[in-house]
Ligand binder design. Structure first.
Ligand code: CP3
Length: 344
């Protein structure tokens, strides 16, 4: 059987595809009325992640509406701390909460059986691959160890991840152990996603931007390299997108340092710098998600600048971070139409 043409995978191999493949971070989410309707029927957000019928349904919702070039598994990066029994819950209006971990808690952590513990997630991936159109790339994902560690240490989101930064300065050995055990669990998690049918994976380091340059090497680059090396040692064909939000000039070292096939760009990355990064391989991004709220001329202008600057190299069109609940679904239509008509 011929291999189906999945344009996003071609870009991950370094090819320039016109128009560029497009998907949006958080494309399944609260801006969609059908997501809110499904979400209203479940008690907790984790139930949505761990019920394959529902997770498949919400993953497919944006694909049905917009025919994106990629679907991303519906789950959350915090299922890894959940697998470590950190009592993860999502409190309405407050975001995630976990039991904060300290030095003793880190010493006591033991490796969960990720494949058994997160079995419903892999079942969701299997069903998705059989239900998606052949040309749609299926992305799996995990959080980067640094970003996961920030939530595990603070026990909730914070504006600048001061608790994790302080902890790393005060208790470097314990902190290294935490990153290392998260990285090991993440390798098993990604291998199992690939085995269940994911075509490629994205690693989200949403809090990379609060790290100094030395800490960026130690806490963002090294653990992500370890995950990618570990994944490729077991599944050599696996393709990886690495997204280090807020990393700015540190992105220069990020692709080579981690070995990722594509580098995600948040909206603050200057496009001239992005052109430099694109000379080494594929990039993904970087439209400001708020343009999806504003719409109109500002949306069109933002799209055009990205296509002008990055459209002649390996590009995956995306936002610079997740789409927000305030985004107008009609603006997603406008975005897709414009990228597919002008990007060719
Ligand atoms: O992109 C997708 O459509 C796939 C699903 C996905 C979710 N979270 C669903 C979700 C993905 C890839 C994530 C990743 C994630 N989760 C990250 C990294 C990316 C980023 O946004 O920076 C982080 C930091 C988290 C942790 C997390 N999950 C937070 C801080 C929150 C609360 C904030 C919020 O938006 O409510 C979540 C909850 C969450 N994860 C929701 C969704 C759709 C909203 C919960 C709900 O519907 O009630």
């Amino acid at each position: 059987m011929d291999r189906p043409k999945r344009t996003l995978l071609e870009v991950l191999e370094g090819k320039t595809v016109k128009p560029p493949p497009i998907w949006l971070m958080r494309q399944a989410g609260r801006y969609l009325p059908e997501y809110r309707a499904t979400r209203a029927n479940v008690k907790s957000f984790l139930d949505l992640c761990y019920t394959p019928d529902l997770a498949v349904e919400v993953t497919l919702q944006p694909i049905r509406r917009y025919a994106f070039d990629a679907a991303i598994l519906f789950s959350d990066i915090l299922v890894i701390p959940d697998a470590f029994d950190r009592n993860v819950r999502f409190v309405e209006g407050e975001g995630p909460q976990l039991d904060p971990i300290d030095e003793a808690g880190i010493a006591a952590l033991s490796m969960p059986d990720v494949v058994a513990r997160l079995a419903p997630v892999f079942e969701t991936v299997r069903r998705l691959r059989s239900q998606l159109p052949a040309e749609t790339t299926l992305l799996g994902f995990c959080g980067a160890p640094w970003t996961i560690a920030t939530y595990m240490i603070a026990g909730h989101g914070t504006p600048d991840q001061a608790p994790a930064r302080l902890f790393a300065y005060r208790h470097p050995a314990a902190f290294e152990r935490l990153l290392s055990i998260i990285a090991e669990a993440s390798i098993s998690y990604l291998v199992a996603q690939i085995d269940a049918g994911a075509d490629a994976v994205q690693i989200f380091d949403s809090w990379a931007g609060v790290l100094g340059d030395h800490e960026f090497d130690e806490y963002a680059i090294k653990p992500v390299k370890r995950i990618i090396d570990g994944l490729r040692a077991e599944r050599p064909q696996a393709k990886v997108i690495a997204f280090a939000k807020g990393a700015g000039y540190n992105l220069k070292r990020y692709r080579q340092g981690t070995g990722a096939d594509a580098i995600g760009l948040d909206w603050s990355v200057p496009l001239d710098f992005a052109v430099e990064l694109q000379k080494d391989g594929a990039v993904q991004g970087n439209l400001d998600p708020l343009r999806m709220v504003a719409g109109g001329d500002s949306l069109d202008a933002g799209i055009d600048r990205i296509l002008d600057k990055l459209g002649n190299g390996p590009l995956i069109f995306n936002l610079g971070h997740g789409i927000t609940p305030q985004a107008d679904p009609a603006n997603v239509d406008r975005l897709i139409r414009r990228v597919r008509s002008l990007g060719g």
